[in-house]
Design a protein around this ligand. Structure first.
Ligand SMILES: NC(=O)c1ccc[n+]([C@@H]2O[C@H](COP(=O)([O-])OP(=O)(O)OC[C@H]3O[C@@H](n4cnc5c(N)ncnc54)[C@H](OP(=O)(O)O)[C@@H]3O)[C@@H](O)[C@H]2O)c1
Length: 287
């Protein structure tokens, strides 16, 4: 299958409009028993075959086991066609720890570099400048191509931009039809204004789609409600999305959302009229 289209806000960085998540593959915060490993590797392989070449993972997922499963899935996939995102967990945010954590991730992933490395969550006990010192060392050493943040509120994002010699190219945020914290806090706007790509996580889980406006737009675009939910995100300038689908039918439906774009006025209608919007993420509020 053809690869998903790339999006870009700056000359030196582009990223696929839709990527595959790996949260809960190989365990949640702890390593799984391993009984689902074969099936979990197959999930990632199918996503790659379907054209989702952005794989999002983190050292925290399955306490490192998700990265080992990704390694198995990408072993025979051309590295240059892959876009691999990793994240450093908030217990490793001292400069030296950041560098060591990234190198451990590469070892588990059996690869030479990450395309994008993110500070997974804010840790108020560690000065941001210290973490960014480690992140910048990784860029200089070629361990990671680009750096960014995740779950960063507008204010802290601007602080990171000011402190980091290497550009902050992305902010991974809980953003979907229902969870609008990124909009309400001005974080989405600040990202766009500073050339920072928003990578929307959890575009589907918990999002009500049995809604007349969604049904109406699904009919208009000959699409499914799920595809409308994904398109609300990827049709916006400066926004890409991550979705985790284990079921092959879900994967096919999601990939089917990536080849078209919604008209701007329909994005704006969903922005205004989608019912039951929340101004704060119940999972990871912005800090
Ligand atoms: N940076 C962060 O702090 C952060 C936090 C959370 C997540 N993430 C990343 O974002 C990724 C996506 O988020 P998520 O996995 O939490 O949520 P999600 O992708 O919104 O939802 C996943 C759930 O939706 C189902 N699903 C997928 N496609 C579907 C479809 N077409 N129709 C119906 N159901 C469908 C999946 O079922 P099946 O598996 O059965 O197909 C699964 O139960 C994660 O995997 C992770 O990589 C990042």
């Amino acid at each position: 299958m053809a690869a998903i289209e790339l999006k870009s806000l700056r000359d030196d960085f582009s990223i696929p409009a839709l990527g595959q998540g790996t949260w809960r593959l190989g365990g949640a915060t702890e390593r799984s028993s391993g009984e689902n490993d074969v099936a979990d590797v197959a999930v990632i392989c199918r996503a790659l075959e379907a054209g989702l070449h952005h794989i999002d993972t983190a050292e925290m997922y399955g306490a490192g086991h998700a990265e080992e499963l990704v390694a198995a899935a990408i072993a025979d996939f051309p590295r240059e066609r892959l876009f691999l995102t990793g994240k450093v967990w908030k217990n490793h945010l001292r400069a030296g720890e950041v560098v060591a954590a990234a190198k451990e991730s590469l070892r588990r992933l059996k690869t030479d570099y990450l395309d994008l490395y993110l500070i997974h969550q804010v840790n108020l006990e560690i000065p941001l400048g210290e973490t960014l010192e480690g992140m910048n060392r990784l860029v200089k050493e070629g361990v990671v191509r680009h750096i960014g943040v995740s779950n960063f509120h507008r204010t802290r994002l601007l602080e990171a931009i000011a402190l980091s010699p290497a550009p902050i190219v992305a902010n991974e945020l809980h953003y979907n039809l229902q969870v609008r914290e990124a909009e309400c806090t001005g974080t989405l706007e600040a990202c766009r204004a500073n050339g920072v790509m928003v990578i929307a996580w959890r575009p589907l889980r918990g999002v009500a789609l049995d809604v007349p406006l969604v049904t109406e737009l699904a009919a208009k675009y000959h699409a499914t409600p799920v595809q409308v939910a994904l398109n609300f995100l990827i049709s916006q300038p400066g926004v890409v999305a991550l979705v985790k689908a284990s079921d092959p039918r879900h994967l096919a439906e999601n990939v089917g959302a990536a080849s078209w774009r919604m008209e701007e006025e329909d994005v704006e209608r969903l922005r205004r009229e989608y019912p039951g919007q929340r101004s704060v993420s119940e999972a990871v509020p912005l800090l």
